[in-house]
Design a protein around this ligand. Structure first.
Ligand code: NAD
Length: 494
């Protein structure tokens, strides 16, 4: 795996082969330094069609869906071991292409390995039910089969991790797949494709076509040869995909945007809560679907709590992704930096007060990259667009509440429902609020936590379907009921 200062050049990965890089390439410049770091093919509709055909053939006539769970498990464990072998290089590629700190990218790789090992275990335990209490001579088998060809479309904020929330689970179930990574961060997806070959995944089972969403992604959404489309990305693109995918009633799993709240009650461990609020919003530069972008803090502790949050936020190191000391890296590209800045300005126009940051960082060391200061906006009303809309940057909005009901109402008053966090040491408060929040995940006295066994996903405009855990695996299986009558049965018509 090549990770020195040379430019990485990739082809497309179709039917077990990587094509040579072509003439129509997408150049990826580091968002931190502007240096050209990688080049990927701008795939065409014909490329996407060829990849889908390879996956379809591998599913319909290949061995993969019929391998024993033990064989699939063995191959997935090999993939996990190879990912572990190449962990440092994968983390570096991820940091260079996304702008996130290398330290955090290592965490993404470790989590991806954990997901692969967990999925390997699920391959062993894929089984159905036998019903023997249906009356004499009547037996029912409820079986689980691989769902077919899976299209996987992923965004740029966690290119590796979000792929691995899908791929090992689909492979464990016996599905074949075509992945379309985000156009600016395709490196680790293509590296994983190379590792699947090394691990022994047969040709055609996993294919990758890079390029534009409106070309390659759109084809996957429209293709009638795809059975399941698993999408992670923005709500607006998700809605376009839902419309385009109707052609063959394919099953959809939609992991869309979010606007999580972090609710802090006076009886919380406030030191831990300050730490959680900062990690919740500034992790991955705030480019995180479950980012705790809205702080709801009880009015009795608000001033003191905020002053602790601001002073700790000042200590965070914004810096180069490959610098081991960086806490916060660069935003993904110039347009996104403009969007974040624009939201801060709109927030101010709607009455917000800037407690910290609010602008691009342009010191000599950071001038070549898209670095944005950790930003805290106080006095943000629920009507403020900065409160309602996904900013997807290092921007925390602060709103005070008086009662528990008010906190719940504020948290639920947005169109999204991906995740929320509650800080309280009172079990009654924590659980009552946790149960009343409209989101696929609630963290209590922790945030942006997880384990491969625990599913994630959204409600409302954050989408539907779940990834990870047993239910995430089940999304890649189809239930078939087989009903058997034995012995002499009564005729249907007399
Ligand atoms: P995006 O929606 O712009 O792009 C996501 C993917 O869709 C990319 O690969 C893109 O090329 C592709 N795409 C674009 N247009 C398409 C089309 N017409 N048809 C098919 N595919 C198309 O999202 P992004 O900007 O890359 O990522 C940020 C968004 O992702 C945020 O809204 C964030 O909340 C969301 N996200 C959600 C989760 C989750 O688990 N719910 C996780 C991470 C990110």
């Amino acid at each position: 795996m090549q990770v020195d200062n040379a430019v990485r050049s990739y082809g497309l990965h179709i039917n077990g082969h990587e094509s040579p890089p072509g003439t129509n390439m997408v150049d990826r410049h580091s968002p931190a330094t502007g240096r050209l770091v990688a080049r990927y093919v701008a795939g065409t509709v014909e490329d996407a069609r060829a990849a889908v055909e390879a996956a379809r053939t591998a599913f319909d006539t290949g061995t993969w869906p019929h391998l024993s769970g033990q064989d699939r498990s063995r191959i997935l464990n090999r993939l996990a071991a190879l990912t572990r072998r190449d962990a440092e290089q994968l983390a570096r590629i991820e940091a260079e292409e996304t702008g996130k700190p290398l330290r955090l990218a290592r965490g993404d790789v470790a989590a991806s390995i954990g997901l692969t090992e967990y999925a390997a275990a699920l391959a062993l335990t894929m089984h159905g039910d036998v019903h023997t209490n249906l009356g004499p001579g009547f037996t029912g088998l409820v079986t689980r089969e691989p769902a077919g060809v899976v299209g996987m479309i992923t965004p740029w904020n966690f290119p590796l991790l979000l792929l691995m929330q899908k791929l090992p689970f689909a492979l464990a179930a016996g599905c074949t797949a075509v992945a379309k990574p985000a156009e600016v961060t395709s490196g680790t997806t293509l590296e994983i494709a190379r590792l699947t070959v090394e691990a022994g995944v047969p040709a055609g089972v996993f294919n990758v076509v890079t390029g534009r969403g409106s070309v390659v992604g759109q084809h996957l959404a429209e293709s009638e040869h795809i059975d399941v489309l698993s999408f992670t990305g923005s709500t607006s693109v998700g809605q376009r995909i839902i419309q385009a995918s109707g052609v063959n009633s394919k099953r959809l799993s939609m992991e869309l945007g979010g606007k999580a709240a972090t609710i802090v009650f006076p009886d919380a461990d406030l030191t831990a809560a300050v730490d959680g609020v900062l990690f919740g919003v500034f992790f991955n530069q705030g480019e995180c679907c479950v980012s705790g972008a809205r702080l709801l803090v009880h009015q009795d502790i608000a001033d003191e709590f905020l002053s602790a949050v601001v002073s700790r936020a000042r200590e965070l190191a914004v810096g180069h992704p490959l610098d081991e000391d960086s806490d916060i890296g660069a935003l993904i590209h110039a347009e996104h930096l403009e969007t974040v800045l624009n939201y801060v300005n709109i927030g101010r126009q709607h009455g917000a007060r800037v407690l910290l940051g609010g602008a691009r960082l342009d010191s000599p060391e950071l001038r070549d990259g898209f670095f944005f200061a950790p930003t805290i906006l106080d006095e943000v009303t629920p009507q403020n667009p900065a409160f309602q809309e996904e900013i997807f940057g290092p921007v925390l909005t602060v709103t005070r509440f008086g009662t528990t009901e008010e906190a719940i109402g504020l948290a639920n008053s947005v169109e999204y429902g991906l995740a929320n966090t509650v800080w309280s040491k009172n079990i009654d408060t924590a659980l009552t609020v946790g149960r009343a929040l409209h989101s696929g995940t609630v963290w209590i006295n922790t945030t942006i936590d997880g384990a491969p066994q625990l599913p994630g996903g959204g409600v409302k405009n954050s989408g539907y379907g779940r990834e990870m855990g047993q239910v995430g695996f089940d999304e890649f299986t189809e239930v078939k009921t087989i009903q058997i009558r034995t012995g002499q049965r009564e005729p249907f018509f007399r």
